[in-house]
Design a protein around this ligand. Structure first.
Ligand code: SF4
Ligand code: SF4
Length: 219
């Protein structure tokens, strides 16, 4: 999701690479679950998030649409995001003790928080959202905080997905053809989210195959 704010408004302006130390470690959160509540539609899911959740919990993507995930229009296209619900506007994965019930499978945005991603010149670096998370935090290496294997491949995927969505957004902005808009959105959803992932196979290979299909069928 593109945010129309300057880096200076939400951070101290510093940018971090995977090997840099950043004051992001909230040391287990100690009973706080603030960033799992009231987040609106902002916790967007990417294909790797959906691969992790669907194969890790053994449930098809459509099954999550009843409770934990919803589809929303973002920058003109339709993407899944974590659903906040109930009086406390809480994520459905938050348990009664205020802990994440899918911690090892949690989405990328949850993993990096309170970091954000800043994209520039076909790549990205991280920034610390200084107005988020009031916990006393320690320094930690960015790669360790993100807690995701094969970080080079993960970084390449995150970048690729960001720019693929940028291209989709551009194409949608250029047209008023409702049939084309519907078709492109259905292709995006079907290829990257609704078609089941094989948990026995490498995610990144499956992503590349789906991307080829997406480009082949994009009108
Ligand atoms: S706001 Fe900070 S301390 Fe609270 S749950 Fe989120 S990361 Fe942890
Ligand atoms: S998936 Fe887990 S970490 Fe992410 S918002 Fe939900 S409860 Fe919090």
């Amino acid at each position: 999701m593109r945010r129309n704010v300057s880096l200076e408004e939400i951070s101290d302006g510093r940018l971090f690479d995977d090997n840099d130390l950043v004051r992001a470690d909230c040391r287990g959160c100690e009973g706080c679950s603030d960033c799992c509540r009231g987040m609106g539609k902002s916790i967007l899911l990417d294909p790797y998030d959906v691969y992790r959740l669907t194969t890790g919990l053994g449930r098809p993507f459509a099954d999550f649409l009843d409770r934990e995930i919803e589809l929303s229009v973002v920058d003109g296209y339709i993407l899944p995001n974590l659903r906040m619900s109930g009086a406390g506007e809480a994520c459905a994965f938050l348990d009664e003790q205020g802990r994440c019930s899918v911690h090892s499978l949690r989405p990328g945005i949850c993993r990096i928080f309170p970091l954000g991603r800043f994209y520039e010149n076909g790549a990205f670096r991280y920034f610390l959202q200084t107005k988020e998370c009031g916990a006393v935090r320690s320094k930690i290496r960015v790669s360790r905080w993100i807690d995701t294997p094969m970080q080079k491949r993960y970084r390449a995927f995150v970048t690729d997905w960001h720019y693929l969505l940028n291209d989709v957004e551009e194409r949608l902005r250029e047209t008023e053809d409702d049939i084309f808009i519907k078709k492109l959105n259905m292709l995006l959803l079907q290829n990257f989210f609704l078609t089941p992932y094989d948990g026995e196979r490498d995610f990144y290979e499956q992503y590349e195959e789906r991307k080829e299909d997406f480009h082949a069928f994009t009108p």
